[in-house]
Design a protein around this ligand. Structure first.
Ligand code: CUA
Length: 342
């Protein structure tokens, strides 16, 4: 009778604490806003796990605290409690119940994964290039951007490659995270369902500026997306046409911002992963091999084309990603831009 009373009190306390812990966890805003269809099953499973966590926390903590308070030995009572040796029913129960829970969670998890990876054959394919330390997005229409625009409610298939080390593409609002491994193409499918701007961050420690390896993502309406793509195609076509002509510092500036030069080379003299471009042209540069060279057009051109050939003293010889996809005329534009920086 006495035992039954304790059991009832403990059960009520466990339920009570479970509810408090669960709502306490929810109130701590564990997640940012949900911005993709793939986030729905993930959040649902997480919610189920939070409930289980709250329950098992209570199942452990309540009996401990209850026993400490209620079953305290009387003062001056040195006797031991009753000797209990084994309880087969209890042991089978506490083995089977967790086993069943884990199996059920495994099945739900597998089903969830299937939903998260579901393929839409009409997906918008965009190539993502990760490098130390930035992102580049190459669109099927032939232009490159340093911002990722995605139309709402349409699946995007990101085919991701790395120029150097392992990075990881992570947008907390989309929930999914995917490694980018050099020499491989990894895939990331996402169906954004909330208009807005988000930030992709790198979730794999990849060197000095890992923490600043950020990129902007804009989820826009279909119309806005079409207009943006059209505008980018126009800019790209103009760049192509013009780059046949005289090198141009404005186009160079645009390349500086879109291809990722900006991630490592400042234009205000501040020290970055690479030398600043400010006041570089026409000045002497000390190289790692001890020689001194004047930063003329030829030197700048070669340094972009084959960065490892002439490393500046104090900088790493293999820090710069491969920019060999740039055309010579585009490199001329960049050199022109460097020349324009006092
Ligand atoms: Cu790329 Cu961390």
């Amino acid at each position: 009778m006495q035992n039954k009373k304790h059991l009832i009190i403990i059960s009520v306390l466990v339920l009570f604490l479970s509810v408090i812990v669960y709502y306490g966890l929810l109130a701590s805003n564990l997640f940012p806003v949900q911005a993709a269809a793939q986030a729905i099953p993930i959040d649902w499973l997480f919610d189920l796990e939070l409930k289980l966590i709250a329950f098992f926390f209570s199942v452990i903590v309540v009996p401990i605290v209850y026993s400490l308070v209620v079953f305290r030995s009387d003062e001056g009572d040195p006797t031991d409690g009753p000797h209990i040796e084994g309880n087969t029913t209890l042991e089978i129960t506490w083995t089977l119940i967790p086993l069943i829970i884990v199996i059920i969670l495994g099945i739900i998890g597998a089903d969830n994964l299937k939903r998260v990876l579901a393929v839409d054959p009409r997906a918008n394919v965009i190539k993502v290039v990760g490098f130390q330390w930035g992102w580049r997005f190459e669109y099927p229409q032939g232009f490159i951007s340093n911002e990722l625009y995605l139309p709402i409610d349409q699946q995007a298939l990101l085919e991701m490659e790395s120029l150097d080390v392992i990075h990881s593409f992570w947008v907390p609002e989309f929930r999914i995270k995917q490694d980018i491994v050099p020499g491989q193409t990894t895939e990331y499918r996402i169906t954004p369902n909330l208009l807005g701007s988000y930030v992709v961050r790198c979730a794999e420690l990849c060197g000095t500026d890992h923490a600043y390896m950020l990129g902007n993502i804009h989820v826009v309406s279909q119309e806005e997306y079409s207009i943006w793509v059209e505008g980018q195609v126009k800019i790209a076509t103009e760049l192509e046409q013009f780059s046949e002509g005289k090198p141009d510092p404005d186009r160079g500036k645009q390349l500086y911002e879109t291809t990722g030069c900006k991630a490592c080379h400042s234009i205000d003299g501040s020290i970055g992963v690479g030398p600043s471009w400010s006041g570089l042209f026409g000045h002497e540069v000390s190289l790692a091999d001890g020689s001194v060279i004047v930063a003329d057009e030829e030197y700048l051109f070669n340094s972009i084309k084959q960065p490892a050939l002439q490393t500046v003293a104090g900088y790493s010889s293999n820090a710069m990603p491969d920019f060999s996809y740039l055309k010579d005329t585009q490199i001329d534009d960049l050199v022109e831009f460097i020349k324009s920086l006092e």
